[in-house]
Ligand binder design. Structure first.
Ligand code: 2U9
Length: 348
């Protein structure tokens, strides 16, 4: 046993003093010490001569010696890889190419949102953003939604518990119209804004609908703004967005905040109007709602409806993105699965 201890000490000394550098020296070290005929194997073989009562202690010593040798080998290899020169200093190879920085990709909702916004920016619309947690006035009351309007129903709106002493009802905005109300309240006219953002509705989540989604809304208020201005603005949008061959139709509709109100359809850009699953065989796809801003809404924001008129419109972002990119489940947008996200590039 004493012999073994002395031998291991001598070997350790030898290992510590090993002075070779570079890959070849490291390999020679490995063969000499850790190879199948190396010295570690050799001393391990001496276990069989150790008396039974000392085997435990000898085992520990040998194990420790093996780890010591492996650590020294790892050290030599690392130094060799770093190109340790004669002086022992690492000499980096400055001619090697640098590590590539991984690039992310843009989210499909961002891409579609940008595509929509940029068309209106070219017409002189500015982008305005507003809060997602909103009070009852900016989300409903100012927009001419009477207290018992169905859209205020608990089923459609997420209310925020702001405590018993809250002076007003707080909620997650159900549309980005709150932002236009805030712009109007600033009292600076004319107004020409586009309002993108996330909105919330208390709906069951499925492949087709989610409890949050994205909208882009627009508002134009000035003297003498007419329905003809609304139509020409939206015609321009449709041409830029879906191409010059797409046909457009307006259907009368109803929104509390616009009068008159309409919904706009485009001839199906999937089947060209022949009839398919996307247009439900009608040849038309609804893309947005619009109308002339209701005089009550102007008045609620301190704008004289006798002097000013305006138009507004609103559209969802998810559906056009799903059609453009062939996405069949709305939930994919918010699951953040990298395999999904990395498929989209900045090229629209
Ligand atoms: C103000 C006055 C009027 C915005 C409008 C629509 C019609 C509309 C929907 C389209 C699909 C929402 O995402 S969607 O579910 N929107 O149909 N939105 S007019 O009208 C306004 C906005 C602000 C001050």
């Amino acid at each position: 046993m004493q012999d073994l201890i002395q031998k291991l000490e001598a070997y350790k000394q030898e290992i510590t003093n090993f002075s070779g550098t570079g890959e070849q020296a490291a390999e020679a070290f490995r063969i000499q010490w850790l190879g199948t005929k190396g010295r570690v194997k050799e001393v391990m073989g001496e276990m069989k001569h150790v008396p039974v009562e000392q085997k435990k202690e000898a085992g520990q010593l040998l194990n420790e010696f093996k780890l010591f040798t492996e650590a020294r080998y790892a050290q030599l290899k690392e130094a060799a890889a770093a190109g340790a020169g004669a002086g022992g200093h690492a000499v980096p190879d400055l001619t090697l190419p640098g590590d590539a920085i991984p690039l992310g990709s843009r989210h499909p909702i961002s891409l579609m949102r940008h595509k929509i916004i940029s068309i209106f920016q070219r017409l002189g619309f500015a982008v305005a953003e507003g809060p997602e947690i909103e009070d009852d006035w900016h989300n409903f009351t100012a927009l001419n939604m009477p207290e018992h309007h169905p859209a205020r129903d608990m089923q459609d709106t997420f209310y925020v518990d702001a405590g018993e002493n809250a002076a007003v009802d707080w909620l997650l905005r159900t549309h980005t119209s709150n932002t236009q109300i805030r712009e109007m309240e600033k009292g600076k006219l004319p107004i020409r804004v586009i309002c993108p953002g996330r909105v919330y509705r208390n709906e069951t989540i499925s492949a087709r609908s989610h409890c949050f989604f994205h909208q882009v809304e627009g508002l134009y208020i000035d003297e003498n703004v007419s329905f003809a201005d609304l139509k020409q603005t939206l015609y321009f949008f449709v041409r830029e967005m879906y191409g010059k061959d797409v046909r457009v139709r307006f259907r009368p509709s109803y929104f509390p905040f616009t009068e008159p109100s309409a919904e706009m359809d485009v001839s199906c850009f999937i089947c060209g109007g022949k009839g398919c699953n996307i247009c439900k065989k009608t040849g038309w796809v609804e893309i947005l709602g619009c109308g002339m801003v209701h005089p009550n809404v102007l008045q609620n924001c301190g704008i004289d409806p006798e002097k000013y008129t305006g138009f507004a419109f609103g559209m969802g972002v998810e559906r056009p993105a799903m059609l453009k990119y062939g996405i069949n489940d709305i939930r994919l947008f918010s699951e953040n699965d990298v395999r999904f996200l990395k498929q989209f590039t900045a090229a629209t």
